[in-house]
Design a protein around this ligand. Sequence first.
Ligand code: ADP
Length: 400
Amino acid sequence: MFVLVVNAGSSSLKYQLFDMDRSEMLAKGLCERIGTDGLFSHQVPSKGVEIKKIAAPMPTHADAVSLLVKYLTDPVYGCIREMSEISAVGHRIVHGGPWLIDSVRIDGPDGKVLSDLRKCVDLAPLHTKAHLQGIEGCMQVMPDVPQVLVMDTAFHQTMPKKAYFYPLPYEICEKYAIRRYGFHGTSHRYVSGKALELLGNPNAKIVTCHLGNGSSISAVNAGKCVDTSMGFTPLDGVIMGSRCGGIDPAIVPFLMEKEHIPVSEMGDWMNKKCGFLGVSGVSSDLRDVGAAAEAGDERARLSLDILAYQIKKYVGAYAAAMNGLDAVVFTAGIGENNPDIRRESMADMEFLGIRIDPVRNADRSATRISADDSRVQVFVIPTNEELVIASDTLRISQQK
Ligand code: ADP
């Protein structure tokens, strides 16, 4: 059984093809600059096939899908014989709003599922419009193949109302569907599930730290999300590459007035000019910021200190929210690869039962990085959002 996972952006489309009999990724690639001067990259690791950014005209998302199917079925560059071998397509959806609360199969071009997704355009305009283009492209090229939506917000739907409701006028929240949604849900679900297996305790209390360009932290009690740091949009929570994370909301109108920033630009400003980039002035990539801090740059050092401190605060807060803590999980680019942030954020947490083992923390292959006498286990678990999307897609496409 082969499942194609698609992550469509406004001018790009990432894909991975999975062999679900072995839960193995067979091929992956990227269509870039759709609609302008298209570029195509494609890899089949088992065959040693690697195509890097070749020029390939693709005026629409449907053309991008046709192109990737052509390569997937190519005798030299591909890994399947024909398109009909693809059993289902799974789409990564950033925002499902209050309407799409679980992975779901598309019930036709005019069905309820796509109509619900269109309602999400208001909540996440750029992402949702891009997803719709990707879905339409796949439906055009593969009209008989089941298409499934897997939402980044879905895992967080189990939060209690006191965790997701903002203290704004009740009617306003209802009118505009304003609430904490949370993001990276597929990743939090995957790594918390793995941690439950490692602990051998389905009722464990876990804090999952997904730290990448975008970062979010979740409290997961017995496999259910009870709180998360991102909110109505993926801007809330901890400091990120170029996003500010949570700030006093009064700063926004203050700055708009003082710096003459129009409403149309303020969102972009908070998403692209802040975070590590804004504080350090060096880069949004924590590798560059870390190197600058090593070299004595104080603002770079401050960026790292803010991140570590904010992670610590979330872990403490979520331990309190869950009345206990059994494990902390680090994942994504920073969580998996940056031992300094793990060490600094978990330092001086003995009161909570957390003690990192420095040798394990420095070992790139270690899963458990806590010391033997640490009551709380600390894990590094590589995330695999695409595999979760492929598994959901297969399961749902096979339901009668
Ligand atoms: P995204 O959120 O876009 O998926 P990633 O999960 O790849 O991003 O995370 C990007 C961040 O992870 C960057 O700040 C980068 O510095 C860090 N990172 C990624 N890979 C490594 C690595 N091998 N070593 C150290 N840091 C890394």
